[in-house]
Design a protein around this ligand. Sequence first.
Ligand code: SF4
Length: 333
Amino acid sequence: MAHKEVVLRTKDLKAHYVLDVPGGKKIVKAVDGVDLEIRRNEIYGIAGESGCGKSTLMKTLYGLVNRPLRLINGSVYYSKDGGAFDVFSLRKPELRRLRWTYMAYVPQGAMSIFNPVIKLKDTYSDFLGSHLRGKTEDEMFAIAKEHIDQLGLPVSILDAYPHQLSGGMRQRVAIALAALLRPSVIFADEPTTALDVVVQRGVVQLLKDIQMSLHNTIILVTHDMGIHANVADRLGIMYAGKIIEEAATVEIFKNPLHPYTQFLIDSLPQFGDTGERASAPGQPPSLADLPTGCAFHPRCPKAMPICKVEAPDMTVKGEHRVACWLWDEGGVA
Ligand code: SF4
């Protein structure tokens, strides 16, 4: 059971891409009013189709907001040493100090984390050398070997170049590297994309092992609800730049309240089922041209007149939150 101490908090967080286009600006509302309370000692999953803003949300939570992305509203507070800090109030050197030691980020496509022309042991040395002062090469190599070994990875990979590893092994080494300095929060963005199912299992198990050993927080973005079912303690469902439902993963799968979440779950293959799976009709909306009211209304089989004109607020039912008129106080449910 996840501990309830909050480690990361946002309120009405908005981050938009502001693009110069002929004749003006185009605003892409990738993160558009996100409230989150993510806890210490849990794996928090963020789910949703491609193009709903998940990866931009991750970057924003990590304080990686570079143009054309802009912070429009809100703060991202982290708890640390009995206090709290807003990631956007830190100066660059402070932020650099916290990265990898307090918070670590594994981007999509792990290759970008490595220097392709040096062996992994040298990547480890560079990494350790820039964070741990006064260690000799031999001491750093010993730390790297012990770390790799503890995570169940072959120590021989330290002598390899990144391109010599399989995609799955590279992904696991990237995650291992992110965990090296025992950060309190690790972000993992689509870590299993483009891997086959068996390899995915190894990556998921590594994330679980790291979380169990560090008792830290892992924030995992993937569109794959099967992965979330396997690894996440709690789940936030994202649609059109907003979290539209949140609950314990078991509760979401047992009792999905939002019609979009119901589609995500219904589209998962079931054992022994050879029929077609239902998926949400149509496509996610353009984040540069969102529908009025509830952004899901053009695809929603339960849409009502109010859904087209007014966006629903979040309704809280214990630990389960949902933004849908069906569940609004005084609604029709
Ligand atoms: Fe469907 Fe309306 Fe609920 Fe949106 S608010 S998900 S359109 S019922």
